[in-house]
Design a protein around this ligand. Structure first.
Ligand SMILES: [Zn+2]
Length: 335
């Protein structure tokens, strides 16, 4: 009887631990969300002083999570410049890149990129008196994902087998400028980049439902099948039926990696996809994409799920492969 009692108590502890434990508290995610997407950040337009503030903020979180600059770099900041398509202005921006060395002596020569853009579109035409396009869902939600996984690994004292680059992109809203610059000037060879996991729009799951996400370009590589297998006994599920996931392959920073080189309609690149939850809301690129509407609890749970997923995928011998005939590994590209 006593043993049975102990067993039940033990089981209850395990179950409640799984249901309620969050490595990154919701309050922490809330703080990040309001610090980076509040009205004082004026919508983080590329080239603005608020983008500098956001980059500093992200770098400080990377540092406190124990990340380092990539060997050979002096800081977390990777500057680039580009010409605005609309008015021809020269814009100076920077990606923020943190590095965690892999734990496996062989696999650590390969890296996995965990990334999201942190820019948005700034001040725009007022809608119902509000002219600040906060870009909370687009894309401080994804930025919280990147910072949260780094922080969760640190709190749990876990180190993935492969090395990890945590990257916050600038310039996404003006044509994937930060990720395209990186792919032309990679600081970790693309041949040794095993997988790119990009985040967009993780904060408003009301259409897709909580504990769900979709994967852009799901039918182009083996990643979706691997995710289905990984999810078999988990509360998180992938649902690729909610939007046209294959068309969305090319609308965010993963595309720069997937199509590092192209000839006509063929692509050579790294297996790179975006995880997202937005499926039919009307808030994207509107002033009411504010921090107060983000489902912080769901986001905190997602960070835990993705941290487990990263640990799992980073240790697999074989990285995900392209399956669609138009896509090829970057190593097979010839001029
Ligand atoms: Zn976005």
């Amino acid at each position: 009887m006593k043993n049975l009692f102990r067993m039940i108590i033990g089981l209850l502890i395990v179950i409640s631990g799984n249901l309620f434990a969050q490595t990154i508290p919701v309050d922490t995610v809330r703080t990040w969300m309001f610090d980076l997407a509040g009205d004082h950040m004026r919508g983080r337009a590329n080239g603005s002083v608020e983008m500098r503030q956001a980059a500093d903020y992200i770098a400080a979180r990377f540092l406190s999570a124990g990340l380092r600059p990539v060997p050979g770099s002096y800081s977390f900041f990777h500057p680039f410049r580009f010409t605005a398509r609309d008015d021809g202005r020269l814009i100076h921006e920077q990606n923020v890149i943190g590095y965690l060395e892999g734990a496996d002596p062989q696999l650590k020569d390969e890296c996995i990129v965990i990334c999201a853009h942190y820019d948005h579109i700034g001040i725009g035409q007022a809608v119902e008196g509000d002219s600040i396009y906060n870009g909370a869902d687009d894309n401080i939600s994804g930025t919280c994902g990147v910072m949260g996984i780094a922080q969760a690994l640190s709190v749990e004292n876990k180190r993935p087998a492969r090395s990890v680059l945590f990257i916050s992109w600038a310039g996404e809203e003006m044509g994937l400028q930060g990720s395209r610059y990186y792919v032309k000037h990679p600081i970790w060879s693309l041949e040794n980049t095993a997988l790119v996991i990009n985040f967009e729009l993780l904060g408003r799951p009301e259409s897709i439902g909580r504990n769900r996400y979709y994967l852009t370009g799901a039918s182009f590589s083996t990643l979706a099948d691997s995710l289905s297998a990984f999810n078999a006994n988990r509360s998180w599920q992938m649902d690729n039926s909610v939007v046209d996931v294959d068309r969305l392959m090319f609308v965010s920073d993963n595309a720069a990696f997937a199509a590092a080189y192209r000839k006509d309609r063929e692509f050579w690149g790294v297996v790179a996809h975006t995880f997202a939850m937005e499926a039919g809301g009307d808030h994207v690129h509107r002033p009411h994409d504010g921090p107060e509407l983000i489902d912080l609890e769901n986001l905190a749970h997602f960070i835990d799920y993705m941290t487990d997923l990263l640990m799992h995928f980073s240790a697999q011998d074989r990285a995900p492969q392209w399956t669609d005939a138009r896509f090829h590994p970057v190593s097979s590209y010839k001029e």
